[in-house]
Design a binder for this molecule. Structure first.
Ligand code: SF4
Ligand code: SF4
Length: 399
């Protein structure tokens, strides 16, 4: 006899998948169509129908179970299919189905992918997926310009600030990304904001939720909600789109929900209001890669372009595929923590798109997009021709 919540989970999956008309409108929008040629189960409906029949026919043992797991965890959770189904068909929350499916597989001990287990253990123990020590979370402050660092309030023991910079795990721990938090701090200092960072910030929970560990997600979310409330901040500014999306859309336990923004939104406002003055412009041709968790998942397309208009003017050029048509970099949905088989790397395709429009810089606004695209430049042999920069870093250079 299955427990009630498993029955409920299965029903949710069945109800959503049965609505699918198999019109395959969503297929052309799915990045897996471009990266996994040859797999019959690539694409949104291939994934959801595999899940449906896997559960219905009880194909949850041995090789069948492994195949189903691999099909389900290939999705980047980019959201293209959800938008397409909403526009052209019947509004199925395909990502919701896939995430519920992953939770189901975790409950049945079929998921997650073996590589992802380590990340979940690290999240449980150190509140970050990289296995770094929790007490070293704010150590990045020691590696940036001390004059900028000393203006950052490190909030602990009930200390308050009007705004909270939610730094996230990747910006806190990845030394290759140090320019990103450094730039965020420089811009916030320049805007004269009263802000702080949490000394004991924990992972936003995105990796746990996307991988299907709902219990761990609830624990991380609950911890952050309580700590954010203790800081008294009326607004949370997220460095990472995944943190933004998760706090904005997946945290349900707020007593008094603060305003939640991605940094591009806050900085675009400051530029428009004149709180930030651009003193010089980027003198190289720059394009923008829309992170899926900003654009497709949250419809934030204009704010990054307000910044680019101010700092690059006519040196900014759109890739052929931009905004809602942008191609996923391949890093979302827990894929940062596993090696996913791809016939063509999404990150390399995206680098090719940028080179096609003559860009020398790919700007983005997400630490995972930054890592993916930087790898794509290396693996496609384009080092020296183009570089990836975070938008905050570009803006900081222009102030
Ligand atoms: S667009 Fe919607 S209805 Fe059509 S195949 Fe995709 S999920 Fe199914
Ligand atoms: S969320 Fe993106 S990767 Fe996943 S099935 Fe939909 S379109 Fe494909």
């Amino acid at each position: 006899m299955e427990e009630a919540y498993i029955v409920e989970m299965k029903q949710k999956i069945f109800d959503a998948v049965r609505k699918c008309r198999i019109c395959i409108s969503c297929y052309n929008d799915c990045p897996l169509q471009e990266s996994t040629t040859g797999f019959v189960t690539q694409g949104p409906t291939g994934i959801t129908k595999s899940l449906y029949y896997g559960i219905l026919w009880d194909a949850l043992k041995g090789k069948d179970a492994e195949d189903l797991r691999d099909i389900l965890y290939r999705c980047t959770t980019c959201g293209s299919c959800v938008n397409r189904c909403r526009k052209s068909a019947c509004g199925i929350d395909v990502v919701g189905v896939i995430e519920a499916g992953r939770q189901f597989l975790v409950e049945k001990m079929i998921g997650p992918l073996p590589d992802q287990v380590k990340a979940l253990e690290a999240l449980d123990q150190e509140k970050n997926p990289y296995g770094e020590l929790a007490e070293k979370r704010t150590q990045w402050l020691e590696a940036i310009d001390p004059q900028e660092a000393q203006k950052v309030k490190v909030l602990a023991d009930g200390a308050k600030a009007e705004n909270l910079l939610f730094v996230g795990c990747t910006c806190s721990y990845d030394p290759d990304l140090i320019k990103m938090p450094e730039a965020l701090v420089k811009v916030l200092n320049c805007a004269g904001l009263d802000y702080g960072i949490m000394k004991d910030e924990g992972c936003c929970g995105d990796p746990a939720l996307r991988i299907g560990e709902a219990g761990l997600f609830e624990e991380l979310a609950g911890g952050n909600v309580e700590k954010i409330a203790n800081c008294g901040a009326g607004r949370v500014i997220n460095a990472c789109p995944h943190g933004y999306h998760t706090l904005q859309n997946n945290y349900t336990d707020w007593e008094n929900k603060p305003e939640v923004q991605h940094y591009t939104q806050a900085f675009a406002d400051y530029l428009t209001q004149g709180k930030l003055q651009v003193k010089k412009k980027i003198d190289r041709r720059v394009t923008f890669h829309d992170p899926c968790y900003l654009g497709k998942r949250n419809n934030i397309y204009d704010a990054p372009r307000v910044i680019l208009d101010k700092i690059a003017g006519d040196r900014f050029v759109e890739m052929k595929r931009n905004r809602a048509d942008s191609l996923c970099c391949g890093g979302g949905g827990g894929r940062m923590f596993a090696e996913i088989e791809e016939t063509t790397r999404l990150s390399e395709l995206r680098v090719r798109h940028a080179l096609e429009v003559g860009a020398e810089i790919i700007a983005t606004a997400c630490p995972w997009c930054y890592i993916q695209l930087s790898d794509g430049i290396k693996t496609s042999g384009n080092e020296g021709k183009i570089e990836v920069r975070d938008l905050a870093d570009l803006l900081a250079e222009c102030l």
